[in-house]
Design a protein around this ligand. Sequence first.
Ligand code: VGL
Ligand code: ZN
Length: 197
Amino acid sequence: MQALIVIDVQNDFCPGGALAVPQGDTIVQGINALMPDFDAVILTQDWHPAGHSSFASSHEGAEAYSVTKMPYGDQVLWPDHCIQGSMGAKFHTELHRDRADLIMRKGYNPAIDSYSAFFENDHETPTGLEGYLRTRGIDHLVMVGLALDFCVNFSAVDAANLGFEVEVRQALTRAIDLDGSLAAAVLGMRAAGVTLV
Ligand code: VGL
Ligand code: ZN
């Protein structure tokens, strides 16, 4: 059984959004076109409370895109984005959200960011997605969405480490590319056994 996992195709990650990924909106039609080919379609939605600890604005004097130490490790500090219920947190208007079996929200814990759809950034607090997929008999995942070097990367590596067969369709992703994050992500995904197509 195969699932399409669509990562964070939300307004704030598209041009004009708070954490815009260059050309983030150009992948939407291609993702829509893929959906009918899968046994399950799952959308993830970055979903932060106001004042989230991953926001630079929550850290006195910190600049957006700087890195800070959190109890669970290094954390990039982002512009405020994907605040629960905001326009920026909504899916891109053209994304076929009605085809989704499951919408998996993440990043709702005020103290821990969650790039991955499987674990929060402490790498141990589960989101529940693994159990959902396993109980549905899904073993093969195709991942697309935003951003390739953050949420797609962390989701793909976690899924591969959990034993899923994982393929990332690179043409249906776009990257932020912060200080070499894209090259590091590609190496990390390959090392974890993710197939990059
Ligand atoms: C993401 C940074 C912060 C992503 C989410 O979806 O890649 N990146 N929150
Ligand atoms: Zn976020």
